[in-house]
Design a binder for this molecule. Structure first.
Ligand code: BMA
Length: 327
């Protein structure tokens, strides 16, 4: 059998609840960036009350590393948004370095829907929240460069009524841009979930895009739902959605144009830490970093329980994004 293009790191999971000094049962869905000489990870820390069998809180934590494999976790969770009242929790962080600032995108559960947030920090302590989108939207990721002078992001609105006969939860990847990071517009469809043959449900932006000479490269998540089989997991509800990762290549100048797409998933749950956990069979990519030696590191949450790392040669990953004929 040929070697897989994406190889799981032998030290997986690279971060788990036992590594974190504040109460958590699950550490997952992290964003990772290289910022001012070190690797920085912002991760989601959930707490599940096993006695009451319900979720008991979510925090965002931060960790640092010199090699991207071994992490030191800061003792206190981050303070990004005050919670209570309208704002219930912030989760699923993504990180992008842009203009020498560190930007954090995150999802926010509110009393009136799910919103996507963008914040910026220089000192990794204080975060200025630039804005929250209208609901329902999440999985925002920023491009690491301005495009024609504007900040650019991928996002995943999830319209309930307007799926145009494609069935429930057919959610897609969109693009928006902004002059100041606060006001977003020029919104355009990037990738429809029906274009991804291995998906029968929704897709969403995963990693922030990485500039390559051939286009912006990014991993996205796809969902394959089959109610005839219940997947493993200790969540007290039957779980039937498999999450995996695909790869796409976007035009450098017009990043809403998909020029490459993997014909097959590039990461499918198969190890014990991906198949079993709070929600088994979930791979949720959130970070993609290029290394000097021509390899990339990609970070992903596994089973909504632990954070993992996989590596690939950049050229091999690019080759998986097969050309897409413009429609
Ligand atoms: C999505 C989000 C993610 C999670 C995934 C699988 O809807 O809530 O945070 O990883 O489901 O549970």
């Amino acid at each position: 059998m040929p070697d897989p293009v994406i190889r799981r790191h032998p030290q997986n999971p690279v971060l788990a609840s036992g590594d974190v000094p504040f109460p958590s049962t699950q550490i997952f869905n992290a964003g990772v960036a290289r910022f001012r000489g070190e690797y920085v990870m912002v991760f989601r820390a959930d707490r599940f009350d096993r006695e009451k069998r319900c979720e008991a809180g979510t925090a965002l934590g931060i960790a640092f590393s010199s090699d991207g494999v071994k992490w030191q976790v800061r003792a206190e969770p981050l303070k990004v948004l005050p919670t209570g009242g309208e704002i219930r929790r912030a989760y699923d962080p993504r990180l992008t370095v842009l203009d020498d600032h560190l930007y954090l995108c995150f999802a926010v559960d509110t009393a009136h829907g799910i919103r996507g947030g963008v914040a910026v920090t220089d000192d990794l302590q204080r975060f200025e929240v630039l804005g929250l989108s209208a609901p329902d939207n999440r999985n925002m990721v920023l491009f690491p460069e301005r495009i024609k002078g504007k900040l650019a992001r991928l996002e995943r609105p999830f319209p309930v009524y307007g799926s145009a006969g494609r069935g429930p939860e057919r959610f897609d990847i969109w693009y928006s841009e902004s002059v100041d990071g606060r006001h977003w517009g020029n919104t355009q469809l990037v990738l429809g979930s029906e274009q991804v043959s291995y998906c029968n449900n929704k897709i969403g932006p995963g990693t922030p895009p990485l500039r390559t000479p051939h286009g912006w490269l990014a991993l996205f998540h796809y969902v394959y739902k089959d109610d005839a089989r219940v997947l493993k997991g200790w969540e007290p509800y039957p779980w039937t959605k498999l999450y995996g990762a695909g790869v796409m290549l976007l035009d450098l100048q017009e990043p809403w144009r998909v020029i490459g797409l993997s014909r097959e998933p590039v990461l499918v749950p198969e190890t014990s830490y991906e198949l079993d956990g709070f929600r088994g069979s979930v791979i949720f990519p959130g970070g993609l970093l290029a290394e000097q030696d021509g390899t990339v590191k990609t970070y992903y949450g596994a089973a909504d329980t632990v954070e993992c790392l996989a590596t690939a040669r950049l050229d091999d990953l690019l080759a998986l994004a097969q050309p897409v004929v413009p429609q």
